[in-house]
Design a protein around this ligand. Structure first.
Ligand SMILES: CC(C)(COP(=O)(O)OP(=O)(O)OC[C@H]1O[C@@H](n2cnc3c(N)ncnc32)[C@H](O)[C@@H]1OP(=O)(O)O)[C@@H](O)C(=O)NCCC(=O)NCCS
Length: 258
């Protein structure tokens, strides 16, 4: 990460929102905002204090969901500030039909939350066509056993293990990369697609890059490129993946997809 541009944002309140860390990721060029929050200090009034509109669906949700949504949207608001003047202050990130965030015109972005941390990645639409972020806590050995067959085939897991990654790191990384790809491509495909649709086909450990390849039929159906570079960061207990790029054939910020 490019620490030159990193800065700690001021705390808006001293209870719910903790440290906010904002950087431009030097590998992808996207703005990443990480926001710590304390669930025990959540109160609905924080929405108005932080300038975030609480959608009806969230008003009906349990406090934990309200809290993570607020932290994610707060991270998004901080991230969008950096895209001014394209984005007006006060613009809200809405909720799409399938829970996909609705970004202001001219912006691509993505949100993830895990435990007490929310992260948001944004970019100008002139720089990226698709962008997805995912953060996962390292899966336990039990969870790995339970979901391994759903998330990845044996070949994919062996590919990562051949580079010296443990079962837990390998599976969490594949899982997170696929979730980030899903978030990145959902706005284009507008449909749910499962873990079997993408396959880990190359790991460049020194570049922190996992390449996912879409199934031929799926890519052809949606007129999408087949391969995607997923940029990952390995923490001690967590993995973060950012998948972003430009579709081939793009001309002046637009792209031809047939
Ligand atoms: C949608 C999904 C990816 C969310 O991931 P998660 O690990 O449960 O939760 P995260 O905290 O990382 O991400 C949640 C955020 O993802 C975003 N999100 C949810 N649905 C989305 C969609 N359809 N498209 C894009 N982003 C979406 C939202 O911003 C959400 O946070 P919010 O509701 O507070 O705004 C996951 O629940 C899911 O359905 N996965 C199955 C599909 C999949 O991953 N297929 C693999 C294809 S290779």
């Amino acid at each position: 990460m490019q620490e030159v541009t990193a800065k700690i944002m001021p705390r808006v309140d001293s209870h719910f929102i903790g440290k906010v860390h904002s950087v431009v990721d030097e590998r992808t060029g996207v703005r990443l905002v990480t926001c710590e929050f304390t669930l025990a200090n959540y109160q609905p009034v924080l929405y108005s204090e932080l300038g975030i509109v609480m959608p009806e669906s969230i008003a009906r949700a349990v406090p934990k969901r309200q809290a993570e949504f607020l932290a994610g949207r707060y991270a998004a608001a901080m991230a969008l500030q950096h895209l001014a003047p394209v984005v007006d202050r006060g613009l809200q990130v809405g909720i799409g039909e399938k829970r996909n965030p609705l970004w202001p015109n001219g912006v691509v972005g993505s949100i993830s939350h895990v435990g007490t941390v929310a992260v948001c990645a944004v970019s100008h639409g002139t720089d990226k066509d698709y962008l997805g972020i995912d953060v996962e806590v390292l899966m336990s050995a039990r969870v790995c056993r339970e979901i391994a067959a759903i998330v990845a085939n044996r070949q994919e897991r062996e590919l990562l293990k051949a580079h010296g990654l443990s079962d837990r790191v390998a599976l969490t990384l594949i899982f997170s990369a696929k979730e980030s790809l899903f978030k990145a491509l959902y706005p284009s495909v507008k449909d749910y697609f499962g873990f079997e649709v993408a396959e880990a086909c190359e790991l460049r450990l020194n570049e922190h890059t996992l390449v996912l390849r879409l199934a031929e039929r799926f890519a052809a159906k949606h007129n999408l490129p087949r391969e995607y570079e997923c940029q990952f960061t390995l923490g001690e207990h967590w993995i973060q993946v950012v998948t972003c790029g430009v579709f081939p054939g793009r001309i002046s910020g637009a792209y031809f997809r047939g």
